[in-house]
Design a protein around this ligand. Structure first.
Ligand SMILES: Nc1ncnc2c1ncn2[C@@H]1O[C@H](COP(=O)(O)OP(=O)(O)OP(=O)(O)O)[C@@H](O)[C@H]1O
Length: 233
């Protein structure tokens, strides 16, 4: 069994009298330490898939297994613990706490996690040793995203989930963020899933899962993924 098994997953949202199927009979697997890109157009169901993987939402049907645990069977409390201990999230718009410094933002996430890493060391690793006392408003978009990555990584999660992490950044800054995520995945052995609609980013992945209309259209294994330094968009 792979580290992650997504088997015939369906997610329906009921809005008034309407049932919207966001994810439909979707199946894929992810190995430990793999860097995976989920690629697809707007509305394809990428964020829904990521939310299901991260225990932010539960499937209407199908099975989701992560590290041998059947998370589709988790109750609310188990989902809270799963999100807290096993998942690191990186969002498009960083979602930092504005009145806390970079260091405090990372410390806050670490406080609730039993296996967390040293916040200062992780901020150094993302290249922010000089900026740990700065507030988010004093940092550039790329720097804020580095803090957000440090915050997610310092929890020492089993799985790092990134929803359009370069979506708000210019291409050079975005490429550096992908470089950081790729290095972190390989050096720390942290299984990483990146959602994007940018096809160029797919070249750095070990595996590319193409999603359309809520279902998997294609899965590509990159035997020789590009180094993030080599991609430009
Ligand atoms: N909470 C919700 N209630 C109702 N419909 C939803 C909900 N969340 C998502 N959807 C619908 O499910 C479909 C998939 O949405 P999702 O956000 O997963 O797509 P996406 O691929 O991430 O798109 P984007 O790239 O634009 O963010 C869309 O049609 C969306 O409108």
């Amino acid at each position: 069994m792979a580290f992650i098994e997504f088997e015939n997953v369906e997610k329906k949202y009921i809005v008034g009298d309407l049932a919207i199927t966001a994810v439909d009979d979707c199946s894929f697997s992810i190995e430990k330490n793999e860097l995976v890109v989920i690629l697809g157009p707007s509305g394809a169901g990428k964020t829904t898939v990521l939310n299901l993987l991260g225990g932010m939402d539960s499937p209407s049907d199908g099975n989701i297994t992560v590290d041998g645990n059947e998370i589709h069977k988790y109750n609310k409390k188990e989902l809270i613990n799963y999100r807290r201990n096993d998942i690191g999230f990186v969002f498009q718009f960083y979602n930092l706490v504005e009145n806390l410094t970079a260091l405090e933002n990372v410390e806050l996430a670490c406080q609730i996690c039993p296996n967390s890493l040293d916040p200062k060391t992780i901020l150094e690793k993302v290249g922010l040793s000089e900026r740990i006392s700065n507030f988010p408003s004093q940092l550039s978009g790329g720097e804020q995203q580095r803090v957000a990555i440090a915050r997610a990584v310092a929890k020492n999660p089993k799985l790092l989930l990134c929803d359009e992490p370069t979506g708000a950044l210019d291409s050079v800054t975005g490429q550096r963020i992908i470089e950081l995520l790729q290095k972190n995945c390989k050096k720390m052995g942290m299984t990483t899933v990146i959602i994007t609609h940018n096809t160029v980013i797919a070249d750095v992945a070990d595996k590319v899962i193409k999603i359309k209309n809520g279902t998997v259209k294609d899965i590509i294994i990159n035997k020789n993924p590009k180094k993030a330094e080599e991609i430009v968009w």
